[in-house]
Structure formats: C-alpha cells, structure tokens
Design a protein around this ligand. Structure first.
Ligand SMILES: [Mn+2]
Length: 422
C-alpha cells in the first residue's frame, strides 16, 4: 500500500426529487432558498470533494428518483458528476430504493468516471492511484426488503483498504474476520455511526434535512484511512437550511403569557446567533403534563403568534412548529366535573391498558372500509403504540371539547393573582 492516506467523501440520501415539507405558510423571501436547499446541499457536498481533492466519492443510494425529479435535477446532477470527473475524482454509486437506474433518461449521459450498481447487484471496483491499486470498493445496490449480508461483501485477504458501499441495514454486525475497513451505508436520513473494534459502520444521512424530524446538522462524511490502517471520519456540514429543534421546560405554575414571552426571547437568541443559512425553528415544550391549557389548539395559537412576530423580510428564520410534549403516558387534566370533557375523559381512562377498544372500534366501523382499514392496521401495532394513540385521542378530545384554558381566562386569572399578591 502507498504511503499516502486514502481520502474520500461519503454521502447518501440526497433525494433531489424531494422538497422540504412540514413548514406551513412560508414568507416570500425565504421561499426560493427553501426550494433550492436540496440542490445547494448537494452542490456543497461535491464542492467539498473537489476542494479537499479526495481520491473518490461514494454515494450510498437514494440520490435521485429520476422520474419524479424531472429534467432540471438530472441535468444538475450530471453537471456535478462531470465536474468531479474533470477533477479526476471517480464516483461509486450504490443504487438505493429510489434511484431506479433503469428509468434514467438516455439523453442524460453520465461521465465514465461514475460507476453505478443497480438493484440486487454487487460489483467490485479496484481504485487505482499512480498505476497501483490503492483501495477496493464493493458496491451493492438495493437488495429489496432483505437486510444486507455482511458476508457477501467479503474479499479474500485484501492488501488494500476494502470499502463496502451499500443501501439498507446490515443483517448482523460484521464478524471480526470480515475484511471490510469501512461500511458506507445509506437509507437512513439522520447520520449514524457504529464504531466496532475492527471496522466502522456509517450512515451518511441525507445531505439536507427535509422535515422537522430531521433536525440537526446534515452533510457528508470525509473519511481518511492512513497507511497504517487508522481511520478517521469527519462530518462536514453541507445543508443549506437548518432545522433547529429546541426544548423548553415548563413548570407547573407557568402561565401561558410567561411561556409566550420566553419563546419570543429564545427565538430572538437563535436569530442573534447570526447563521449564514436560514434556520427553521421547532419549539418543543416539555413538562406540560399537569397544565390543563397545554393543548394542540393553544400550541397552534402560540405558533401563529410567533410566526407573526418573526415574519420579517430580513431574517432568515421561520418557526416550523410548536408542540407540547407530554412525558407522562397520559394527560392529567383538571376538568370541571359533569362536563362533556370530563365524561369523555373518564371513558378514555377506562379503555387504558387493553386493546379491546380497538377491536370494538373496528367492529363498529365495518361499514366504512377506509377507516376500518386504518383501525385494523392499528390492531397489528404494538401495545405501546396503541396506548400512544389512545393518549393522542385523550388530548384531542379534551381539546375539542373545550377544556383548554383560553387566553382571556388566563389574563383574568393573572390579574386575580396579582391582586391577591399585592
Ligand atoms: Mn432515503
């Protein structure tokens, strides 16, 4: 093996066919940036490869669904991969569930520095540097719903680093005798690393988060394998828009107005940090179990208030969501007795701890095939998931039956407690 380290970029799940979702009405100045974000993120990944002068790039699937993405995305990708080819950087691309190489338009010609492996296929490529093999790449396409077998990627005693590029989960942890140096995997949208003694398994994650659940930094991995076999992985942020999820803890006595004031202040703090890219902020309020007004409709009202406050043409910030997190398994509302909400809640309480209610529900909904199907699907989920649904039912019911505290009530209550205190 040569005395130079091996350096490469690992990226996955770019999903150039998929826009950002879960945002609500976005102010005009932000729109084009959000539309462009998946492409800008991909551009930054490929630019990193060129600036770092890496040996090659590995793509672990779900880069683009060619039919859904449309011609502009295909042209974009061909240009990016051609620029890499011109810089002497080959690309090894394991086809994911979405890539569909057989639907790739014939007119879009990829440079011959791009090596693609389609579904149910596995190919071994030697990577040459100065006329010598410097690495071996086992590139495997989407295997259907079957998990990847680490043994299939085996090569008999390789004298150079062996890189496995694949899409999906591994059936089992690779054995100690498995010669793969690095598992470049895709199919998970949040990056994830599993460091085993003899190998490193890494999911690159999507280069651009698409929804609130994909918060945190996204990008690609820069992997360096030194001549003595030491492996280093550096995460490189490439996302053009960041989903920020922030938690704030509420105390039992906290009033709604105080919470609102805090949220405004904290959002200002996020804004003051001066990011170069737009921030999409999701507020999650914990510790709200014992507060009767912590309902979805109050969350919605607060969201509208925050959006109005921060809808400025200069700020690259948008509040993507606001939710009350209920850590306890079930709401503990303070309800007026003999009200609809209280009666409803009592019934829901009685249904806890079993799945009979679902069977009963399925029976009653037999004449509505579509709903019935959804309920039957629920029946096949775990008891925990069923209880979670019941919990949501409880919150929604209490909310819809008007048990939440309105702002007017609260202002009156605030004024009352002020009078009492003075
Ligand atoms: Mn994917």
């Amino acid at each position: 093996m040569s005395a130079e380290p091996l350096r490469f970029i690992h990226a996955a799940d770019m999903h150039l066919e998929r826009p950002l979702t879960g945002l609500g009405p976005v102010p005009e100045p932000l729109r084009s940036k959000l539309i462009d974000a998946p492409f800008e993120a991909a551009r930054r990944v490929f630019e990193t490869a060129r600036l770092e002068k890496v040996d090659f790039v590995v793509l672990s699937g779900d880069i683009v669904q060619p039919v859904e993405a449309g011609p502009a995305s295909i042209v974009f990708l061909v240009e990016q991969l051609t620029a890499l080819g011109d810089a002497g950087i080959p690309v090894y691309w394991a086809g994911g569930r979405r890539d569909r190489f057989h639907q790739w338009p014939k007119a879009a010609v990829l440079p011959d520095t791009v090596y693609r492996t389609g579904a149910r296929d596995l190919r071994c490529h030697p990577f040459y540097r100065k006329g010598e093999v410097a690495a071996l790449l086992q590139v495997g396409g989407y295997q259907g719903r079957v998990a990847l077998d680490p043994e299939a990627y085996r090569v008999d005693s390789p004298s150079v680093p062996l890189i496995a590029v694949g899409y999906g989960d591994l059936k089992e942890s690779p054995e100690a005798g498995n010669p793969v140096t690095y598992w470049a995997l895709g199919g998970r949208h949040l990056s994830q690393t599993e460091n085993l003694e003899h190998t490193l398994i890494h999911y690159a994650g999507s280069s651009q988060g698409r929804l609130p659940a994909e918060s945190g930094v996204h990008g690609c991995a820069l992997v360096v394998i030194s001549p003595d076999g030491k492996l280093e992985l550096e995460q490189v942020a490439c996302d053009a828009v960041q989903w920020v999820r922030r938690e704030i803890r509420m105390t039992q006595t906290m009033s709604r107005r105080k919470l609102e004031r805090q949220l405004v202040e904290l959002t200002r703090d996020v804004m003051a940090q001066g990011h170069k890219d737009p921030q999409l902020v999701q507020w999650s309020v914990t510790g709200s179990d014992r507060v009767s007004w912590s309902s979805p409709s109050v969350a919605e009202e607060i969201l509208v208030m925050l959006r109005r406050r921060f809808d400025t043409s200069v700020a690259d910030l948008w509040i993507s969501g606001m939710e009350f997190q209920h850590a306890e398994k079930f709401p503990v509302p303070v309800l007026e007795p003999e009200t609809l909400a209280a009666d409803f809640f009592e019934v829901v309480q009685q249904l806890r701890g079993g799945s009979e209610w679902l069977q009963e529900l399925a029976k009653r909904l037999e004449e509505f095939p579509q709903v019935e199907e959804a309920v039957k699907e629920l029946l096949s989920t775990s008891p925990e998931q069923q209880q979670e649904v019941l919990q949501q039912v409880a919150y929604l019911g209490i909310d819809l039956l008007g048990a939440h505290q309105s702002l007017a009530d609260e202002q009156a209550q605030d004024a009352q407690s002020l009078r009492e205190a003075s």
